[in-house]
Design a protein around this ligand. Structure first.
Ligand code: DP6
Length: 334
């Protein structure tokens, strides 16, 4: 049991209402960071070195149902019960451990359903932990606000702190050592014309997960020293791009930010090369397409798949240039 985390949970839940139902359910969207979270200032409380900004992916994400049980936890993913010793189950159980004391040492059945293929690299821990926290709140009847939900989801996975909201979301790194000023907030700006396209390069599980990857980068990469300043500047540019609906500024800052993050990964030791030959091919293709006059930008997380950013007016042309992409409309259509 992680005592620092369980004390944090008690602090966040202080004054919450008592258990009301034996089951709960919730949905949380996936999100893609336009300014990436990369590096922790506190691993125990999962506090980031830099603030980040993301776009949630509308209806794409995770549906989770949770139920109390008398004996042992059961975890199902997409209708299939997962082996107890799998990393997925271990991580969920460790997270549930934080809530057992408040909920009377109960056991749980967790049924989680991702409506986007894991292969697309999006059915990540972000929507998973956010949906789990929302489902727990629904079951327990705590009536937590989004700030509290975001802080709890953060303990499961940093990027999950952003998945408790729709639309554009900023996760403020905060400065306090107790973690109470590190939570995400929604930016009240809609951009219905914005599109995200998924270019699937590989469905294989990545050899090094984001958590280990960022820890290794912080510990060993010389280039990482410049990352916090770069991320701070990029976040400001992306904020102002969103406020002015300036797509060119948004796209180029997001692309530069993602490639800068990959530069820090490459300079870690042992080096972290998440890109596959096909990822590099697609990066060149985006740059060629843009040089030919079609405004499309890219972002990449800690994996080989590429996410395109473009506007509705160019959707047909982008789909023609990148056959087989999955197009996501993050904002409800008018
Ligand atoms: C590259 O949120 O998965 O996707 O907090 O250790 O669970 P942990 O890491 P995680 O890292 C996400 C890294 C990223 C960038 C981002 O989503 O901001």
């Amino acid at each position: 049991m992680n005592t620092i985390q369980s004390q944090f949970v008690e602090k966040v839940l202080l004054g919450g209402k008592s258990l009301q139902k034996a089951e709960g359910s919730a949905f949380a969207p996936s999100n893609i960071a336009l300014c990436k979270y990369w590096g922790k200032r506190d691993a125990g409380l999962n506090l980031p070195i830099n603030s980040s900004l993301s776009i949630s992916l509308g209806e794409l994400g995770t549906h989770t149902k949770i139920r109390l049980r008398e004996r042992e936890d059961v975890v199902c993913l997409n209708g299939v019960q997962q082996a107890d010793e799998s990393g997925f189950v271990q991580r969920i159980k460790a997270f549930l451990d934080l809530f057992r004391p408040v909920l009377g040492s109960a056991f749980f059945e967790v049924r989680t359903q991702n409506n986007i293929s894991t292969a697309a690299g999006l059915a990540s821990s972000a929507s998973g932990f956010a949906a789990l926290v929302l489902a727990l709140d629904n079951m327990a009847g705590w009536g937590l606000d989004r700030k509290q939900l975001s802080m709890l989801a953060r303990l499961g996975s940093g990027s999950a702190s952003r998945s408790v909201y729709e639309g554009f979301v900023q996760w403020n790194a905060g400065q306090l050592s107790d973690g109470t000023d590190s939570f995400a907030e929604r930016l009240e700006i809609e951009w219905p014309e914005l599109r995200v396209g998924i270019v699937e390069v590989s469905a294989d599980q990545k050899p090094v997960g984001s958590r280990d990857g960022m820890n290794r980068t912080v510990a060993t990469s010389e280039l990482y020293k410049s990352w916090p300043d770069q991320a701070r500047a990029d976040l400001l540019s992306i904020r102002s791009a969103i406020e002015q609906l300036d797509f060119t500024l948004l796209g180029k800052t997001a692309e530069r930010n993602a490639l800068a993050m990959h530069a820090t990964m490459l300079s870690a030791w042992p080096p972290l090369l998440y890109l596959q030959p096909d990822s590099v091919e697609q990066i060149h293709k985006v740059q060629r397409t843009r040089a030919d006059g079609l405004e499309v930008y890219l972002t990449i997380d800690a994996g080989p798949n590429i996410k395109l950013l473009f506007l509705a007016e160019n959707e047909c042309e982008v789909c023609g240039a990148f056959p087989g992409i999955r197009v996501i409309r993050p904002f409800p259509q008018l």
